[in-house]
Design a protein around this ligand. Structure first.
Ligand SMILES: O=C(O)CCC(=O)C(=O)O
Ligand SMILES: [Fe+2]
Length: 159
């Protein structure tokens, strides 16, 4: 698996990322105000600032045999958006395990036993919290591209 930080990609990718960030904050604020209150200490988050994991937002590129071992992302949230059409590759997708059932660990062969495989179509975002163990399932043909960003939200004004 290789990662292409969005900041090294073209203007279209930067604009798409900005629109993903805006939509994400709007959806969280409008549809999950209580969750925002619990997590961020405020229900209005549109003016909050993203603090991303280094090198993110990024586009992950998985060639045949590429995948990602089970891990947690350790930020408040991660948003993943498939860039590839589902028909562009076989295998792939993200496997999630119920919290606490599987710690981050090395797997030579990613085993989705006990996990839930999510293989959404192009453009369908998946949002999860930073303590959920997940893995990128091995791609068996074609190439899979996935937009991925793990983040916290910060406020400049203390209130
Ligand atoms: O490949 C996937 O579906 C998961 C990607 C991922 O977990 C990550 O980039 O941190
Ligand atoms: Fe991850």
């Amino acid at each position: 698996m290789s990662r292409l930080p969005v900041r090294f990609l073209d203007l279209e990718a930067q604009l798409l990322t900005t629109s993903i960030e805006k939509r994400l904050k709007r959806i969280l604020e409008e549809q999950f105000p209580e969750l925002c209150g619990n997590i961020f200490g405020r229900r209005h988050i549109k003016d909050m600032i993203f603090s991303f994991w280094p090198g993110e937002p990024a586009v992950n590129r998985y060639k045949v045999g590429g995948g990602l071992n089970p891990h947690t992302d350790k930020r408040t949230f991660t948003i993943n958006v498939p860039v590839s059409e589902l028909g562009a590759f076989s295998g792939g997708g993200t496997v999630f395990w119920p919290q606490g059932q599987l710690g981050p660990q090395e797997h030579s062969e990613i085993d989705k036993q006990g996990g839930v495989l999510v293989r959404p179509c192009q453009g369908t975002a998946v949002l999860f919290n930073g303590s959920v163990t997940h893995a990128g399932r091995t791609v068996t043909s074609g190439i899979r591209h996935l937009f991925s960003a793990s983040f916290n939200l910060w406020s400049l004004d203390e209130d």
